[in-house]
Design a protein around this ligand. Sequence first.
Ligand code: SF4
Length: 409
Amino acid sequence: MSSSTERKDFDATRKMRAVMGKYFTELCQGPAEGKKTAWCTSVGPAELLRALGFNVYFPENHGAMLGATRMATDLIPLANARGFSPDICSYLTSDVGSYLKGESPIQKMNLPGPPKADVLVYNTNQCRDVKDWFQFYGREWKVPCLGIHTPRAIGEMDGALVDYVAGQIEALVEPLEQIAGTKLDRGRLKQVVGLSRQCTLLWKGVLETAAHVPSPITFFDGTIQMGPAVVLRGHSDAVDYYNLLLTELNQRVAQGIGAVEGEKLRVYWEGMPIWGKLKDLSTQMLQLGIGVVASTYCNSWIFEALDPADPFRSMARAYSSIFICRSEDWKERYIAEMVARFRVDGIVYHDAKTCPNNSNNRYGMPQRLQEKLGKPYLVVNGDLNDLRLYSEEQTRTKIEAFAEQLAQG
Ligand code: SF4
């Protein structure tokens, strides 16, 4: 393979591996040291859990690991046999399958894991599946499963909605204090929210370097680099890491180094990653000179509304502002802004069979946006984790044809 079709790694990545390794080591050794573990959905109240001293574990991150290592496809049928449909979230089914079989990529790091939960805390801002997922373990281990119920399809955010969600977050404090065996230190919560905000702003800065032509980073890099933003928000390790990565990216921008050599086309990725095929997709895009420069997925860990001066209401506002729980109109405005800011030539929609919540091609959005923006689109049918739902050949051909269409401008 020529160097132009190999993904250029970052020097910072070595540091990221160390940061992630430390996180998993502390997480898996925590129970042995008497530390309590809270499971948290990706946009659950991680700041509150961290401020209460829990080790915070994110099963969706584990789901992504099961997908990326391609362990998922063999594990999903075990969950299906337990009554979880093959049509529902394949993070859920692969994670439950992993539990039933006792096999996890975490064990490949020579760690005992994943850690059993002392409490499971969900937020339905993204989907109902996370609640069902956590309730499975709640029943299995007879541990409390608590949550926040967020309205969906939110247009403009208003004070009443923020109050409603903030009230639910505050109501978690007492039961969580009982499980943690400690009182919430409100000063500590402010500090954690402040660190989370810093992480968010740096992560946003990282992604925004892709507005430069050529872009120093792609969506495929982003899916790897987002690790600390996903599992360590509210922790100084994530802040330190993104300071380092951002410096390197700014150097690349200054030197005109692009992630895709001879970048010819720029594309936006809408929807979930296809975890088990990221390498193949990244290679094909490199070969075609396509930079996948922005994505809804990587942007979903930007929580700008966080404000240490007003922790509960700002958490409520931040958690309810994410793309996935917004109205169709809001989503279209958002994508239109991204297309303009990142100078994108076309949009790829991933229709993930088991995640209707994060598949935005099903109600006419691609057609409406094409009409509005004049940018071609492509729909790739697949899944986040279940590779039985993905056709390699068909996707390759579709992407090649899309590249030709874009090149004709
Ligand atoms: S948003 Fe989709 S991928 Fe994420 S947990 Fe829900 S159903 Fe699964």
